[in-house]
Design a protein around this ligand. Structure first.
Ligand code: UT7
Length: 327
């Protein structure tokens, strides 16, 4: 009998530099108490001068490959979800491919789906190898701190940098049960880069230049709560599961209050909902794979556990995956 497609190994990379709420108190008019009460965040990580989305992704991929116990030469695809590349091209995925010494050995490309980037990349990679065989690396990596306005207290306190990766393919370690992707236009969270307008002799020059992320926090909060609820309903129906059958829940780490809402809706205690938003803030596309890696390493996901991964983000996008950890 042929093996189902599942996750064989996971990895994560978090930069060393820690940015605490106390550090942010020195930059903007905020307080540790406000940030903790409204978001649950205590600190986040900031990529160093020699790091970027590709270097962080390479580190996460190396760990995922070692955990999976497969050699890079067995990979057919490398799909990266990210929103914060420092190069418009080449793709982050191709820079990771090169860093892993896999030039000519696989096809690598990026996709952009806000903080749902990892779930999107997982869906695409699963369907590619379902048809074509072999293994794939799926990565979420973001350097959010390079896109933030550190004079805007409503956004700069929320985000951090990091990367996570998984290896998928035919395996008896876990199996992917169901997944879906969804999107809809909503202009309440965006980053409109004006660099292209600055360079073009055919466009009026923007003044002032604004290359920072903008977010209407309360509006995105309302969307996020709806997205988590709809995602739960939809993925359970698709996987033929009931709420009672969920053993562990991983929700995009945007705000502790959103995680609590998701737990209430799923009727699950918070100890079955992964939380690292306190340590890393919102790492966008990296959030789900970092959480999955840590939950596995901490033994929170156990043999025969059914796990749901839910993400939501700019676009807006939302997506979910159901999987079963078998060994
Ligand atoms: O991955 C993308 C998804 N993003 C999200 O999921 C983010 C969703 N949104 C949120 O997490 C929350 O909306 C925020 C954390 C961004 C804001 O929390 P909130 O409870 O919705 O606060 P608010 O924006 O309604 O602001 C309440 C008050 C305001 O003051 P006034 O107008 O009531 O006097 C803000 O100016 O808090 C003020 N405020 C702050 N005060 C201290 C906003 N940011 C800060 C701050 N420190 N950093």
């Amino acid at each position: 009998m042929s093996l189902a497609i599942g996750i064989l190994g996971t990895g994560a990379y978090l930069p060393e530099r820690v940015l605490t709420n106390a550090d942010l108190e020195k930059l903007v008019d905020t307080s540790d108490q406000w940030i903790r009460e409204r978001t649950g965040i205590r600190e986040r990580r900031v990529a160093g001068p020699d790091e970027d989305v590709a270097t962080m992704g390479i580190a996460a991929c190396r760990q995922a490959l070692a955990h999976a116990g497969i050699d890079g030469s067995e990979l057919r695809y490398l799909v990266v979800g990210s929103n914060t590349s420092n190069y418009m091209y080449p793709a982050i995925a191709i820079r990771i491919q090169h860093g892993l010494g896999l030039d000519d050995k696989l096809a690598a490309f990026d996709l952009q789906a806000g903080c749902s980037g990892f779930n999107y990349a997982l869906y695409v990679a699963e369907n590619l190898i379902k048809n074509e065989g072999g293994y794939a690396l799926v990565v979420g990596t973001d350097t959010n701190t390079r896109m933030l306005d550190f004079t805007d207290r409503s956004t700069c306190i929320l985000f951090g940098d990091g990367a996570g990766a998984v290896v998928i393919g035919p395996t008896d370690r876990s199996r992917l049960l169901a997944s879906f992707l969804a999107s809809s236009y909503n202009g309440k969270l965006y980053l409109k880069t004006e660099f292209s307008e600055l360079n073009s002799p055919f466009l009026p020059k923007p003044t002032p230049v604004n290359n920072y992320m903008y977010m209407d926090g309360p509006e995105i909060f309302k969307f996020a709560v709806r997205a988590v609820q709809e995602s739960l309903r939809r993925i359970l129906a698709q996987a033929g599961m009931t709420r009672e059958e969920i053993d562990f829940l991983i929700i995009h780490q945007a705000n502790y209050r959103i995680l609590e809402t998701g737990a209430r809706f799923a009727k699950m205690p918070m100890d079955k909902v992964y939380v690292n938003v306190d340590r890393y803030g919102n790492t966008s596309a990296a959030s789900i794979p970092i959480a999955l890696h840590e939950a596995l390493m901490e033994g929170k996901i156990k043999k025969n556990h059914k796990v749901i991964l839910i993400s939501f983000g700019a676009g807006v996008t939302w997506a979910a995956t159901a999987l079963e950890w078998l060994s």
